[in-house]
Design a protein around this ligand. Sequence first.
Ligand code: GLC
Length: 738
Amino acid sequence: MVIRRFILTAVLLAAFVSGLCKPLHYALANVSGGLASDRRVALVIGNSRYGSVAPLVDPERDSRAVAATLTELGFSKVMLEADLPRDRFLSRLRTFAELADHADWAIVYFAGHGIEVNGDDFLLPVDARVLTDTDVESEAISLRQLTAATAKAANVRLVIIDASRSNPFFASTTREMGDHRNDEGLAPPGPTGDVAVVLSAKAGQLAREGGQFANSPFVASLVKSLRKPGLDLDASFHRTRNEVIVSTGGLQEPALYGTLPKLAANTAGRTGGISLSDDAAWESLGATVDRTSLTRFTEQFPRSPWSAAAHVRLAELQRALVISDAIRDDKSATDTIDDTPVTISCGTPGVELTFCEREVAIWARNTGNKVKVIPAPAPMDDRLNLYLKSLESQETNLDIMQIDVTWSGILADNLVDLYAYSSGTENESLPTALDAAVVSDRLVAMPWFVDSGLLFYRKDLLAKYGLKPPQTWEELAESAAAIQKGERARGKRKFQGFLFNGLAAEGLTCFALEMINAYGGQVKNDENGVLSIDAAATEQALKTMSGWIGNISPKRVVRLSEEAARQEFQNGNVAFMRNWPYVLHLTEENSSNLRGKVGVTPLPRGGVLGNRTGVLGGWQLAVSKYSRQRKKAASLVLFLTGIEVQKERAIEGGYAPALGALYRDPDVLKSNAIFPDMYTAVTNSIVRPSRLLGPKYDDFSTILREEVKDALSGKTSPEAAAEAINTRLYALRAPQQK
Ligand code: GLC
């Protein structure tokens, strides 16, 4: 039996033109874009807060955007529902079906998790606990129930599904269901009858997320197209489709099943519909940079779709003012010691240092300047301490530092605001990477490369033992044990099933968050700033981790950094390893004895439910406030983080670029097996709470890594460690947000 599950953030709009019985109606509608007497109803559902898995971000935001748009378009009733458990889901559907029975248009929007079982799509209420395919019928709501709810609407029944998120909710595929699994994207919906169904990403593709503050690309385009005066639904879909293809660089292609009618959602001039005067007013403003006119527009049309654009432009103008102040400031900075080399501290893992030396030499040659590269200490804590010491004592001999994404808040006050130099180039970075570089509206670093935790495995050994890459941590334990046993029996006495960075350092904080998230847990911050992590998920994660020690992982794993684990893996005596993306490039080098033998996959999920997500990592370049050569230093930073250098590092070194455009670059995509999926991985990675905690992040990380280390070494039980984490977090508290 085949079961396929996925995150389903779905916009469901059901439409059908009963063309035979209402020819006159259509003729009129085609001319006017709709009839003023149309009754149009919509049910809009955003399921975000699931009980058994990590919450989703997009559904809430996207459902609100769709509901707001339909309201503005003059729908007579828009039912906006959030976080529906099954019983309420059914009752809302019943209520809606009654409305739809007497309506001309019926639209249903659903955003949340979904499941496809043998070609049938099911949507998940927030209380769903689907453990086997047979649970689905009783736990979930079928797509057919939704389309049926729209069935009696007279003119428009339209279903659009924005699905297949890249951080999929892979529900269980228990053994009896067979091995055929496809965890990505949706299948085409079954027969849609009279209903047109639109999928935001065609079968097998992943839909892109919206990032922290934006709607998903699909919903952003959809609402824009629906608002276009006079644009009929069919044309709306095609416009949305084209826009999404362009905005995702061809990675996402919406698909239509069935037929959409030539009726416009924005019927120009209808009562209660979108006001055209805001369109006209916005048009008349053109590309104005006059702050007063823009502010007046937002006050006059607070609900207009253009108001958001006006706010964005106002924010840009504000930023421009700050930048010009900064540049004025900078003129006073001493920048005359041209013979003094610019000093840069670069990381050393893998081939980082070699690359850094090579790249700065090019800049030095091109500009006639001198550069001195200082290798950063390998242990991250030592490196942070070195930078802190240098900055606190206002040393002038360290101009540029390569800093972790979690250090921006810790070091911000001592770093130069690079907005003064960047000319907007920072905006080319992935939003998650840029978020990490901006502290209190200052660009304290330029993103350089990004990371996300991954599982590496030996393809040759999996094939030898007839195994597949594990999807759950439980499967990993079984497979690792089987390979370890087999290899040891064949004389490889030191063979290890699974290695990870168990050293009590930042890397262990990352892995602990990944494990907790695999079991559905995450860091929470309540309105009083109290931090907590789901105790049950933490306990389960720690149980799993400590269960490895002495079985598939050696006791000394608690002393291994990522680099140490990688080196051991490359010696050929390890089956599985958790690590960062740069590893694959090294195992593929000509000199590597593992060439062609290493596979990579997202980290497994915990149990049959759960998430397969890595922690977002990455590095940035920052300029010290005490540098006497800020301009030169900033110019080197911009060169190193520019597209040419990032592209070369990606292709030649396997570093995942921070620049979004490089994920559409064919040379980059084909250079390394990781890159095609990396965009999705990093845009959905777990973000450590360093922005939230600022300088206190270090304490958070210490709590987590210490407690996890104690659980791994058997000093405390997983239960006690989970409890201790929350007790210590309670004492920590996040700074209150304004
Ligand atoms: C990687 C990540 C970084 C993380 C570190 C932990 O270098 O890029 O963000 O903090 O690993 O060891």
